[in-house]
Design a protein around this ligand. Structure first.
Ligand SMILES: Nc1ncnc2c1ncn2[C@@H]1O[C@H](COP(=O)(O)OP(=O)(O)OP(=O)(O)O)[C@@H](O)[C@H]1O
Ligand SMILES: [Mg+2]
Length: 346
């Protein structure tokens, strides 16, 4: 089959299991993973390799240009590692997926161009993936993800609640009005001198703290909508810190307040939309207290498997496999990366 500049093959050429490679370079993690889509529609995770960039630590935040350069330097090696872990060589791949947005444009471009080039060289279909759809599909490593369901993405840049009435259809039912949940964990950890990334640091310190020590007021009390806000919790944390609260007590009290707020709002949205299944994903979904509180709701809650909460390539491979299973056409090879890309399409 000949390949033109703006399109590759639209569906995998082989029958039988379809091996999908996924690449994510949206921020400061170089992630490559491989999944296998079986003829009966089930998906199996074959590998997941992530290089988390450390170069940004000295700046206290991600430096976009350094992130792009490091993706360029690492991506070949991470791809080889992912193929080796999957027991495959590059010619065994039947499709390639890569994140096209949202994210840092320079960083996104590295994985996107790499993925498109690879797909063209192998003459296999290419799927441009939405980063948040990737986070949601990370949970497909644990359970078959079929609509209808509700999806809460709690990450470093998003706190978004989607209703998914049909596969591939996303209706935004709530979102943060200020900081993302992960961002709040990071900022409060920094304030309390607990280090970075803040999420794991807070959850570790919280084990040694008293969750009743600092009284946090639940944000947006009485709202009818399903929105989120963390600025009030941040201010309360700052005042408590200035008032001499122990870091461990601050961590335990903030974690309890944030978890309760996230769970209560999601449960209300599930009831309002008559959904029994809730997918909870993104970096904050790694939080043990959040998982425990969600499990206690009685809803059918699905979380990503180990290593799939924060950014990774396997989640993009899982989103790509879902697109192939749904018969979505392959993406054009001349599509570009976008910093801002809403997922909601309904
Ligand atoms: N155990 C944990 N508890 C709470 N938060 C956590 C935990 N582990 C990681 N996080 C938080 O998850 C965030 C990173 O998640 P993720 O990689 O999904 O975000 P991102 O990719 O930077 O953002 P986005 O996907 O919105 O662009 C960080 O803010 C981090 O503090
Ligand atoms: Mg992410």
């Amino acid at each position: 089959m000949s390949v033109s500049a703006d399109s590759g093959p639209s569906a995998p050429l082989r029958s039988g299991p379809v091996r999908v490679l996924g690449i994510d370079t949206s921020c400061d993690d170089t992630g490559v993973g491989v999944v296998e889509l079986l003829p009966d529609g089930r998906v199996q995770l074959l590998s997941n390799r992530v290089w988390s960039q450390t170069v940004h630590a000295r700046y206290g935040g991600v430096m976009p240009e350094l992130a792009s350069r490091e993706h360029v330097e690492r991506i070949d090696e991470i791809l080889q590692d992912a193929l080796q872990e999957a027991g495959l060589t590059v010619t065994d791949l039947d499709a390639v997926a890569a994140t096209s947005g949202p994210g840092l444009v320079g960083a996104l471009l590295v994985g996107l161009m790499y993925g498109k080039g690879l797909a063209q060289a192998l003459n296999v279909p290419f799927h441009a993936a939405h980063h948040l759809e990737g986070h949601i599909f990370a949970a497909a490593s644990e359970a078959e993800l079929r609509a209808p369901y509700l999806a809460l993405v709690v990450s470093g840049g998003h706190t978004h609640l989607f209703d998914v009435p049909r596969d591939g259809e996303y209706r935004l039912v709530g979102a943060t009005m200020d900081d993302a949940a992960g961002e709040a964990f990071d900022k409060i950890a920094r304030l309390a001198g607990l280090g970075y990334p803040g999420g794991p640091a807070i959850s570790e310190a919280a084990m040694r703290g008293d969750p009743n020590a600092v009284p946090f007021k639940e944000p947006l009390q009485g709202q009818k909508a399903f929105d989120f806000s963390f600025s009030g919790l941040k201010t309360a944390a700052l005042l408590a810190h200035r008032g001499g609260a122990r870091a461990e007590d601050l961590a335990a009290s903030f974690q309890r307040a944030a978890v309760s707020f996230l769970v209560k709002t999601t449960v209300r949205a599930a009831q309002a939309n008559e959904r029994r299944t809730v997918v909870v994903s993104g970096g904050v979904a790694a939080n043990g207290a959040l998982r425990e509180a969600f499990r206690a709701t009685g809803l059918n809650v699905v979380f990503p498997g180990k290593g799939l909460n924060t950014d990774n390539g396997a989640m993009i491979a899982l989103a790509g496999a879902a697109a192939i299973r749904a018969g979505r056409p392959a993406s054009a090879l001349n599509g570009s990366a976008t910093a801002y890309a809403p997922l909601a399409n309904a």
